[in-house]
Design a protein around this ligand. Structure first.
Ligand SMILES: O=c1ccn([C@@H]2O[C@H](COP(=O)(O)O)[C@@H](O)[C@H]2O)c(=O)[nH]1
Length: 239
């Protein structure tokens, strides 16, 4: 899945996506389709993006009883996306069922989509963890525990903040994928994100992939923002 940059296509319609992608006429991107877009456009948007040569992270964060997740994953595997996910909070039996569904649904000769688990959303703070979710552990301990459950279930990696990557790498190994949203340039608004890092910091923490939405999609010049991302990843942080 070579490029480390995943562009979150958080748009309400396929037409908006097409208009946005016109800025990148010659680029084969790694894009993320989330709930906003998929719930409106369904499989058609996946077929369109595949035809255009883009790689796809279908970010639907499945979290349900094991049988439901297994059957849903069986259908998603047929779409031919590269990466899908679940919530680790669904537990190991649910995560194992997700993999079984993906394996059953992957067409002969194709590679099954990578499957990763959300540890804790990057919009969650340690205070929310304790006061709302009643998880009486630090953010790092909680994220590491959920990552360990994902690894034990056979998943390929996790969604986490880049801040937690060094700890996860140490315990789950270098091959375990860390896909990290909550990315902002130093001069950006955080919006609803809490555990935020810059692209430069994410690289230093060792993230496998960074997921970038509004910093590119809502930029005045998305191409310039994408190029800035590439520069920062190479180690050149803008002052
Ligand atoms: O913990 C998570 C899991 C998923 N996301 C998704 O990533 C993008 C981030 O968008 P920005 O505009 O760069 O904030 C968005 O699609 C989320 O659904 C996440 O942010 N955190």
């Amino acid at each position: 899945m070579e490029t480390p940059f995943i562009v979150a296509l958080d748009f309400p319609t396929g037409e908006d996506v097409k208009a946005f992608l016109q800025s990148f006429p010659r680029e084969s991107l790694f894009v993320k389709v989330g709930m906003e877009l998929y719930y409106q456009e369904g499989p058609a948007i996946i077929h369109y993006l595949k035809e255009q040569g883009h790689r796809i992270f279908l970010d639907l964060k499945l979290h349900d009883i094991p049988n439901t997740v297994k059957r849903a994953m069986q259908g998603l595997a047929r779409l031919g996306v590269d990466l899908v996910n679940v919530h680790a909070a669904g537990g190991t039996v649910m995560m194992e069922a997700a993999l079984e569904g993906l394996e059953a649904g992957t067409p002969n000769g194709a590679r099954r989509p990578y499957c990763i688990a959300v540890t804790q959303l990057t919009s969650t703070s340690e205070q929310m963890l304790r006061n709302e979710l009643w998880i009486d552990r630090s953010m790092e301990e909680t994220v590491l525990h959920y990552a360990s459950l994902a690894k034990k279930s056979g998943l390929d990696g996790v969604v986490c903040s880049a801040k937690e990557v060094p700890l996860i790498r140490k315990h789950c190994g270098e091959a375990f994928l860390t896909v990290t949203p909550g990315i902002r340039f130093a001069d950006d608004e955080k919006n609803d994100q809490v555990r935020v890092v810059t692209p430069y910091e994410a690289k230093k923490f060792g993230a496998s992939f960074i997921v970038v939405g509004r910093s590119i999609t809502r930029a005045e010049n998305p191409i310039a923002a994408y190029e800035r991302l590439q520069q920062e990843w190479k180690g050149e942080e803008k002052e």
